[in-house]
Design a protein around this ligand. Structure first.
Ligand SMILES: O=C(O)C1=C[C@@H](OP(=O)(O)O)[C@@H](O)[C@H](O)C1
Ligand SMILES: C=C(OP(=O)(O)O)C(=O)O
Length: 448
């Protein structure tokens, strides 16, 4: 719950078959980047399909504080940028509330400028260590002042001229990669980023679309080597943002679990660096048909027909984690209804999100009768097909810990469990999926 907002509990009950066709709201990762690059580029950027969620609005406000103008006109968002290298010093701290991606990326974007910028956030964001981004920025010559453990509030002041670095990502994180690349935009010469395991590539794609000189090569050990020439010209673009696969995940898993369901999710981003959940659920026996596969604005997009399915537990390949990092909680819910065990490994990053998501998912599942085990970076779920005995008949509520995805995945679980599933607070859902309740109700889900 953000400061000043009253907690709103919610309860999901076993539903009849889910039916219908729905459009998924815009991709959050692309929405952040479109506002940032639009605000930086010279001229006008028009964004269609922007996610109108709290996280994205905080990025829009930050870009305004840095000199861009942002307004809505005829259903699209119009951004006028300042030109690469010409961001203005903000007059007040930039408040990112719950949004890690907005905060991490803008630390890179503006942290290398020769003025002070302060970053603040809500209790969940203030708990998240920022060193993953602060370390490479220090190497670029940025002075960092932070609360203990590299936490918010953080103040950054760039040098007169930033050093372009060659940086090997120590963790598989699209946010860290993007922060370094965005910082490289304001450093003379070539910034090189070496990525041992591929992560979400929206920053690379969008930088190229805005005119940056950016190349991607594959090294001898299969690593991606990204080179960006700093201080080049960026020019405003027209961008159409497809639906967010991380949001599509909730109605998708609900339809797999609720008997008799048959739904279609329209306009879903299918970029392979983001589509790990769909592949995993198909391997578990999920009936997911990829329809009308097409390229839209340089990205793979498709419609997904999803029918209820008898799922089987699998071992999820560890190297798939970056392509479904935000989807493990709802995958754990799917696994709770699958025959056999589902093993998920390589999840250390999950402890650094809005909540310690491994701990949160484990306690939510246990509260609702699921048999599961947690390791330092792993989760094993022992499924119960049909959901018999799952849910919490006494109405005990899952603690959502300021985490939108804990709230949504728990509610999905309640739609197929024998007993209801209750969450203590659904307000955070507005950060990434403001129309979640209405969309689910439109498909026939019973969530109050
Ligand atoms: O690049 C992005 O927009 C994101 C990358 C992921 O974070 P990490 O790269 O830190 O794992 C993901 O969890 C987050 O929701 C969005
Ligand atoms: C981790 C997430 O986002 P962020 O890092 O932007 O807070 C998320 O949306 O699940």
């Amino acid at each position: 719950m953000s400061a000043g907002v009253i907690a709103k509990p919610a309860v999901a009950r076993r539903s009849g078959a889910l039916r219908g066709e729905v459009r998924i709201p815009g991709d959050k990762s692309m929405s952040h980047r479109a506002l940032m690059l639009g605000g930086l580029a010279a001229g006008q950027t028009r964004i269609g399909g922007l996610l109108e969620g709290e996280d994205v609005f905080n990025t829009a406000r930050a870009m305004q504080a840095l000199g861009a103008t942002v307004r809505k006109e005829d259903g699209s968002w119009i951004v006028h940028g300042v030109g690469n290298g010409a961001l203005l010093a903000p007059e007040a701290p930039l408040d990112f509330a719950n949004a890690g991606s907005g905060c991490h990326l803008i630390m890179g974007l503006v942290g290398v400028y020769d003025f002070a910028t302060t970053f603040v956030g809500d209790a969940a964001l203030s708990r998240r260590p920022m060193d993953c981004v602060l370390d490479p920025l220090r190497q670029m010559g940025v002075q960092v002042a932070s609360a203990e453990g590299g936490r918010l509030p953080v103040t950054l002041r760039g040098p007169k001229t930033a050093n372009p670095v060659s940086y090997r990502l120590p963790i598989a994180s699209a946010e860290v990669k993007s922060a370094v690349l965005l910082a490289g935009l304001n450093a003379p010469g070539i910034t090189t980023l070496i990525e041992p395991v591929p992560t979400g590539d929206h920053t690379e794609r969008m930088l190229q679309a805005f005119g940056a000189n950016l190349t991607v090569d594959v090294g001898a050990e299969g690593e991606r080597i990204i080179r960006l020439e700093g201080q080049g010209r960026l020019t405003g673009q027209d961008i159409d943002i497809p639906g967010d696969p991380s949001s599509a995940a909730f109605p998708l898993v609900a339809a797999l679990l609720v008997p008799g369901s048959d739904i279609t999710l329209l306009n879903v981003l299918m970029n392979p660096t983001r589509a790990g959940l769909i592949v995993t659920l198909q391997e578990m026996g999920g009936k997911i048909d990829v329809l009308n596969a097409r390229i839209q604005g340089g990205e793979d997009v498709a419609d997904l027909r999803v029918r209820s399915s008898a799922l089987k537990g699998i071992t999820v390949p560890e190297d798939r984690a970056p392509s479904m990092i935000d989807e493990y909680q709802v995958l754990a819910v799917a696994a709770a209804f699958a025959e056999g065990h589902t093993v998920m490994r390589g999840l250390e990053e999950l402890r650094m999100k809005e909540s310690d998501r491994l701990a949160a998912v484990l306690s939510g599942l246990k509260l609702n009768g699921v048999d599961c085990d947690e390791g330092p970076a792993s989760l094993v779920v022992h499924g119960r097909p049909g959901g018999k005995g799952l849910g919490n008949a006494a109405g005990a509520a899952v603690a959502t810990r300021l985490d939108h995805r804990v709230a949504m995945s728990s509610l999905v679980m309640g739609l197929a469990s024998e007993h209801p599933v209750t969450v203590d607070d659904a307000t955070m859902i507005a950060t990434s999926f403001p129309g979640f309740m209405e969309l689910m109700a439109g498909l026939g889900a019973t969530i109050e």
